[in-house]
Ligand binder design. Sequence first.
Ligand code: PLP
Length: 408
Amino acid sequence: MPQDKIIPFFRPSLTEAEIGEVVACLRSGWLTTGPKAKQFESKFAAAVGAKHAVAVNSCTAALHLAVEALGLHEGMAVLVPSMTFAATAEIVRYQGAIPILVDCDPLTFNLDLADAERKLADLRAGRLPATIPRDLPVVGIIPVHVSGLMMDLHAVHAFAQQHKLWMVEDAAHALPAAWRPNAKHAWQKCGENSSKVTCFSFYANKTITTGEGGMAITDDQAIADRMRMMSLHGLSHDAWDRYSGGKAWDYRIAAPGFKYNMTDLAAAIGIHQLARAEEMRLKRESLARRYCKSFADCDEFELPAWPENRIHAWHLFPIRLRLDKLTLDRNAFLHQLKSRGVGCSVHWRPLHLHPYYAETFGWRADNFPVATPLWERLVSLPLFPDMTDDELNHVVHVVLDICQEKRR
Ligand SMILES: Cc1ncc(COP(=O)(O)O)c(C=O)c1O
């Protein structure tokens, strides 16, 4: 591998099938929400085992539509992991409600239900930051399957039921992924028999992509109808219905909705990405296995959790540096990787350490004893289906070199 070669953090895997479908869409003269978006929705619903799928222009939009359809509004609160991307909590704020941030599990980085229980008790006892009223009704929970490693859904459902919460899954990383409580149970796919709504992302670096895009799936007809209507200005029927039904002019505004619909151009890519989702996952899994094997003897960091009862989507490959065994910190480690041609990232600075959440709600670092120190150890290495042997070997070589040079 030449020294000046840069290995990107991610490179999308696109074939002639996606390109041909986009060209066909352009030639068809119908670019916005239409037959391809409908086709993508029905294929997606079938693929994850859901009754309804609503295609939108991002996972953020899908999450927002979900909580809106569930009636979230000001004067309510929702349990949200602190270890997540901006979207999971900001959609709660869009509705004027308050996200109650929850700490994470130290191995999977997924929301820690024991801490959720503690945060609820702290809320009622007035031990949360004073900005959060102690009598605030907590109405929902939004677990995230971080990196594509699913949470124990029986445990989350039981928790939600006990506290009378609805559950919306942020599955931005988790297509395709599956879990089972143990080997005696059948696999349950992410999206199957699950929460009120499950939301997926097709952002450029996600497990399947449409450039920008997302999907909200549900088994609940009324919620699906509300999300569909609100995804297009709250109109009583969408552009394609109006066009194909010949009554383009005759719509009714039923509610002040949003502009979240997915274009046919994006869906044209999605239809073929979806068909290749498992093939691409298998490639990422095989790369992840090779990373694990190559790093097995390395003491300077810990590898991602990979429990047997999970089919991992492997959206990310996050390692946890053992800072006590290294003479450099995480940021310097990232700098070393980048200067040696390896694209990398961090998932994530937890929400409570961002100015908006710290200053608006008064969250402190010590409210999150796991996530606070954990994030300073996190490094996500490149992982994408078309990564070549040379590229993977180069990343392994660079990482091991840094560890050897900077060993304490
Ligand atoms: C956990 C999580 N949720 C939601 C999103 C938002 O997805 P989108 O960019 O499709 O809105 C992301 C994006 O990175 C994410 O990582």
